[in-house]
Design a protein around this ligand. Structure first.
Ligand SMILES: C[S@@+](CC[C@H](N)C(=O)[O-])C[C@H]1O[C@@H](n2cnc3c(N)ncnc32)[C@H](O)[C@@H]1O
Length: 259
């Protein structure tokens, strides 16, 4: 489908990416000169366009990963490399009911909304109204509108929320051990909890509280190291630079309480 006015696109080569919404009369300015949006309207995704100084860039619709990396932020975000593992290890499925604590800029929320789809339900909490507003803007810019299967709540996930009947609970808050009671009430037996934490000291506190609670089994912490490779002629080696650390992911399954 050729690009139309108002659509999000990404101009990219292997090293750079520019996210733009196509507006007649506007232009993308780069280190290598500019590209008029009018030149791109009507082109097919995967076309090559040249900046005013001759630099070639591909133009595509952005992947969700492209969008998340480039969207405006008010908080740290969970990066796509971790989001991919969260979706698989926490087994977030189409139609799932997911409770999310710590909306922030909405990166995790975007991934979950897309994964559960309209047959699912996502209830997402943040203690800060400005964070909810930032996430709302990012969701609208990505999906066109706020999906009907999303309920955003201004509230504290550490306090009793009254939420119940969730298949999955995903947390990106600084002290998830304070949310254990909320999680216990919210998750169905066999449901999966995932918490993202930047520091291993936080992970130890959290894992210890989970272990002592007797409510959870299969408690596991992982980190994701993603290393790109440079492959050009005989130069076949890992890239010199990589993201060394983002966060740790702790997963656990809610037990039924029956022996
Ligand atoms: C690192 S940000 C979350 C980023 C988000 N997961 C993303 O991928 O964009 C942490 C968020 O947790 C929120 N937060 C902190 N304590 C909270 C609590 N007790 N209940 C709900 N939200 C909380 C903060 O306001 C902040 O927006």
């Amino acid at each position: 489908m050729p690009f139309k006015e108002g659509e999000l696109v990404i101009f990219a080569d292997r090293r750079v990416q520019f996210l733009q919404r196509l507006i007649p009369g506007e232009r993308l300015n780069t280190y290598w000169g500019y590209i008029e949006h009018d030149e791109v309207l009507g082109l097919e995704p995967g076309s090559v366009v040249k900046t005013s100084e001759g630099k070639k860039l591909y133009v595509f619709y952005p992947t969700l990963s492209n969008y998340i990396i480039k969207m405006p932020r008010k908080s740290g975000i969970i990066y796509p490399k971790d989001l991919g593992i969260i979706m698989m290890w926490a087994d977030v499925r189409p139609g799932d009911r997911v409770l999310l604590g710590g909306v922030g800029s909405g990166a995790l929320l975007l991934a979950v909304l897309r994964q559960v789809g309209p047959a699912g339900k996502v209830v997402a909490y943040d203690v800060r109204q400005d964070m909810l507003e930032c996430a709302i803007e990012n969701i609208k810019a990505c999906f066109g509108d706020l999906p009907s299967h999303l309920e955003l709540r201004l509230g504290d996930i550490y306090e009793p929320t009254g939420e119940s009947g969730f298949d999955r609970v995903l947390l990106d808050v600084p002290e998830p051990w304070r949310a254990v009671k909320t999680v216990d009430n919210a998750l169905i037996p066999g449901g999966i909890l995932c918490s993202y934490l930047p520091s291993i000291i936080q992970v130890r506190t959290f894992a210890t509280v989970l272990q002592k609670s007797g409510i959870f089994g299969l408690i596991e912490t992982v980190e994701v190291m993603l290393r790109s490779w440079h492959i050009e002629g005989r130069a076949v080696r890992p890239q010199h630079r990589m993201v060394g650390h983002t966060g740790f992911l702790t997963f656990a399954r809610k037990l039924s309480g029956q022996e």
